[in-house]
Design a protein around this ligand. Sequence first.
Ligand SMILES: [Zn+2]
Length: 269
Amino acid sequence: MRYLEPHAHMVSRTTDDYQSMVAAGCAAVCEPAFWAGYDRSSPAGFFDYFCQLTDYEPKRAARYGLPHFTWLCINPKESEDVALATEVINLIPQFLPRPNVLGIGEIGLNKNSRNELKVLEMHIDLAARHDQSILVHTPHLEDKLKGTRLILDALRSDSRIRPERVIIDHVEEHTVRAVLDRGHWAGMTLYPISKCSPARAIDILDRYGTDRLWLNSACDWGESVPLIVVRTALEMRRRGWTSAMIDEVIYRNPIRFLSQCPNFKLPDA
Ligand SMILES: [Zn+2]
């Protein structure tokens, strides 16, 4: 089996996880910028984090033969302070030329607040000005459907954004259609029990097909499973999916989307 892990917060994971992923057939890992588990108080904390994502972490992954890519932003959880967010967003352009940067993400909404929406629009503008792809997080805490609609409308209201260069992660049964209908890609973030489980994700694939969909673990410092994409692939096989169909979802689809990012290249692809 071969696969890509398109959404994993590896700074929170151990080198054992890197070894397990490579042994399971992982061909590349992509790490969106994320909340650290606490609110960072100054732009300097983000500067250091962006250095970690673009310098130290790709080197750590390379020790296990795994290409590492990243997305940069200030996470929605830290977007209530618009002045801080403005300073952090102004830091990002200097990092965009670094060789493992894919674009802007994971941006989006957490509590669907007015300030979060303002910072989301600033990120969309940043992506448009620098011709970057976008990775979006949709809310778990408050109304996911309402948050997804707000995000879709913010994306559509900026005419410079090409829908096919945007992936909306954390979709569920009630949000996937709206995302695909707008021309975006949709990601299913797999959790062992809560949120989108492997069984639910496969039900969604059975219903909507495999076009413009990917699977990811979003593993971080909380309860999460770095190999859950592989476990889901095994469950797909049990449910009658062929190897070629599974390869389409867990390997070819992420490559199709990510190939729109100029920095994305696999050594043997
Ligand atoms: Zn994430």
